[in-house]
Ligand binder design. Structure first.
Ligand SMILES: [Fe+2]
Length: 190
């Protein structure tokens, strides 16, 4: 677990942007439940929680006009957004957060079939915790309202991860997410 100075810096940074903070907190709740469900043991639950909370921390250094732009982004703007993974990795490294949190920030948009970014890593090359957090991230992003789109229904979001299980998302993680949501009924967050 991180020392208090690192945690203080992280909370100070995240408090600058409420939507990144709240998204990270929701992702953490879902990611921790998934980690428990699949008996993820490579790191403690506090580390899973922290990696989830900080996965998008690189967004704090992107131009606000792109982050808050309603509607579709052009190619150049999308490329800027994709940089949040590398920026988060560097930032977490600089403030001496754990290598795991930095790796998750870097890899949480990688996809099993190599279609993700920033490196196009394939299944076996992606950190298992990044696979957990990517599913929690995608679910929360779909079911929460964004500046560029309204919230999607929970059922539609679940059908998207089910359809792409094994191609984009880790099948074990997807099954766990589906079990958790089913068990919880209407409120998907533990
Ligand atoms: Fe992200």
């Amino acid at each position: 677990m991180e020392n208090l100075d690192v945690l203080f810096l992280i909370s100070k940074l995240l408090n600058k942007n409420r939507s990144v903070l709240m998204h990270g907190r929701r992702v953490a709740r879902l990611a921790c439940a998934i980690a428990r469900e699949i008996k993820y043991r490579a790191a403690g639950i506090e580390d899973v929680c922290l990696a989830a909370i900080t996965h998008d921390i690189g967004k704090l250094h992107l131009p606000k006009e792109i982050i808050n732009k309603p509607g579709a982004l052009d190619e150049e703007e999308s490329a800027v957004i994709r940089e949040h993974t590398r920026i988060g990795h560097i930032l977490l490294h600089i403030i001496k957060s754990s290598p795991l949190t930095a790796e998750v920030a870097l890899q949480h948009h990688e996809r099993l079939d190599g279609s993700g970014y920033p490196f196009g890593l394939r299944a076996s090359q992606i950190n298992p915790l990044a696979k957990i957090i990517s599913v929690a991230d995608v679910v929360d992003t779909m079911i929460s309202p964004q500046v560029y789109k309204p919230a999607m229904a929970v059922e539609a979001a679940l059908s998207e991860i089910r359809q792409n299980s094994g191609s984009l998302y880790d099948p074990e993680v997807v099954s766990a997410a589906l079990i958790i949501v089913k068990r919880r009924g209407k409120g998907i967050y533990p």
